[in-house]
Design a protein around this ligand. Structure first.
Ligand code: SF4
Ligand code: SF4
Length: 156
């Protein structure tokens, strides 16, 4: 195999679909297919065709009559997928944090509203008791006043 830096771009020719790369792959992969998917950044198909089983041995490079740097493409595609997965994991984490904060704020708001409603209920109950006491006091005062006026008046 020619090392990557020993190959110029002019040495590299289009894939002729000879299938030699698949014949020598120790991981039983289809390097030719992987090469097309890597070129079109088709990550789903790369995963479906077991890109991560590639051990980057370079056997496919060695036999490729078109001098395509297959292993280099596969290495790059793996890095792309790793970056994509990390981005997705970050986005998922951010979404989860946002959702959990939203839930916490909603719960706090609900509890605040419940506390306020309870305070209002207690205040209304206290006002009601106060009003009833006032009525009772007034009645008692009238009764006392009547009794006192009756005891002051001369007996007939
Ligand atoms: S570099 Fe990967 S695809 Fe190529 S022969 Fe090795 S294991 Fe197979
Ligand atoms: S060995 Fe090279 S030319 Fe042949 S199928 Fe594989 S990638 Fe294409």
């Amino acid at each position: 195999m020619l090392p990557d830096n020993a190959r110029s771009a002019a040495d590299i020719r289009p894939c002729i679909r000879c299938g030699e790369c698949a014949r020598v792959c120790p991981s039983k992969l289809l390097p030719q297919q992987l090469y097309w998917f890597a070129g079109s950044h088709d990550h789903d198909n790369l995963l479906r065709h077991n890109l991560f089983d590639c051990i980057e041995c370079g056997c496919c490079d060695y036999v490729c009559p078109s001098n395509i740097r297959l292993a280099q493409h596969f290495r790059f595609a793996k890095a792309e997928i790793a970056v994509r997965d990390a981005d997705r994991a970050r986005a998922r984490l951010a979404r989860e944090r946002y959702e959990s904060r939203r839930l916490r704020l909603a719960t706090e708001q609900e509890r605040r509203a419940e506390r306020l409603a309870e305070k209002k209920r207690q205040a209304a109950a206290a006002a009601d008791i106060h009003a009833r006491r006032k009525v009772i006091d007034e009645v008692m005062q009238r009764v006392e006043a009547r009794e006192s006026s009756e005891s002051d008046s001369p007996a007939s």
